[in-house]
Write a protein that binds this ligand. Structure first.
Ligand SMILES: Nc1ncnc2c1ncn2[C@@H]1O[C@H](COP(=O)(O)OP(=O)(O)O)[C@@H](O)[C@H]1O
Ligand SMILES: CC(=O)N[C@@H](CCC(=O)OP(=O)(O)O)C(=O)O
Length: 300
């Protein structure tokens, strides 16, 4: 290919356009949450893996936190078990917890690790139990019953929230040029395993690592309004209104909540983007255009 052909020129142009972004993100941490719904086909999974390797090679520190809700659901179904949710959280009895560990810590985690390594990266897969990365506590809900004038505790089994992180292992991995790939399973004080929503893990991890960016990859073009248009530049007031009027619901609730908490705690930007678009992460990082919903810290 000659250097004067339009293709060569456009390649040079793209690289030069990316330079300010590469400078800006040099040595910065990006927490990328890869949702189970975004892992839809092999080509897309490979393009995601390639993005992670490229980010690492140009000097950023990507950390992947993955989900796998649909994949857990499929295996449970094969075992003749129905998935049940309470406020977006999977009701997790002991048998379900075993399946969660096998699917997230085994199948999904190792699939992502292999894809990244095949693209030339050095990925290491962990659950939150490895080096006690994620300390969990049991998540319980209370429901107030006006008739009985009392509140009732709702136990949804082995479901946890993040109590704290021990990030020492991540520091070692980042300095060794590895890409950590984390399954959202925590360990309690009692040594028990807890199933944690992956958005919650990604948001809290971005906070404690002082990440530059939190990116949540899902299966919509972003947070949508009632007409299906992508909303962007959302702050806490707008998000609250959208939750109250029912525009934001289900699996989008933990995403917007943890993104808001992260930006309030100092993460520079949080984005909810469409993981079904090839190279969605690169488009978000290296272009001015942005491809999803930006969540803001303060109203401007
Ligand atoms: N306002 C909204 N905009 C976009 N998606 C929404 C909205 N409210 C609810 N959702 C739902 O949230 C889902 C994304 O959450 P979830 O299924 O948990 O994905 P993931 O597996 O990526 O975490 C969307 O597919 C959509 O059904
Ligand atoms: C407590 C809880 O609901 N945990 C989730 C963990 C996986 C997850 O979060 O996967 P996605 O990001 O693909 O939805 C679950 O069991 O499905």
């Amino acid at each position: 290919m000659s250097l004067t052909t339009p293709t060569a020129k456009s390649v040079a142009h793209v690289l030069i356009e990316a330079l300010p972004y590469i400078n800006r993100y040099q040595d910065k941490t990006l927490v990328v949450k890869y949702g189970g719904n975004a892992m839809v086909d092999e080509t897309l999974k490979q393009s995601f893996a390639r993005d992670m390797v490229l980010l690492k090679r140009v000097g950023m520190n990507p950390i992947v936190v993955h989900g796998g809700g649909p994949q857990i659901g499929d295996v449970l179904k094969r075992l003749g078990k129905q998935s049940e949710f309470f406020q977006g959280m999977r009701i997790t009895d002991t048998e379900t917890m075993d399946v969660v560990q096998m699917v997230l810590g085994g199948l999904v985690n190792k699939d992502i690790v292999t894809l990244i390594n095949r693209q030339g990266g050095k990925a290491v897969g962990l659950t939150g139990k490895d080096a006690e990365l994620i300390h969990a506590r049991k998540l319980t809900f209370t429901r107030t019953s006006p008739e009985m004038n009392a509140s009732e505790i709702i136990d949804i089994g082995h479901v946890g929230e993040v109590a704290s992180f021990d990030t020492e292992i991540l520091t070692h991995l980042i300095h060794g040029d590895f890409i950590p790939v984390i399954a959202p399973i925590g360990v309690g004080d009692d040594g028990q395993s807890y199933n944690i929503n992956a958005d919650l893990v990604a948001g809290k991890l971005a906070e404690v690592l002082g990440a530059e960016n939190l990116m949540l990859l899902t299966n919509t073009t972003g947070v949508l309004d009632k007409e299906g248009k992508v909303l962007t530049g959302l702050d806490s007031v707008t998000v609250q209104n959208l939750i109250e009027d029912g525009t934001i619901s289900g699996g989008m609730l933990p995403k917007v909540r943890c993104a808001l908490e992260a930006v309030h705690a100092g993460v520079k930007t949080a984005h909810i983007i469409d993981g079904r678009v090839e190279h969605a992460v690169l488009l978000e990082i290296f272009t001015n255009e942005g491809v999803g919903t930006l969540i803001r810290g303060k109203s401007r």
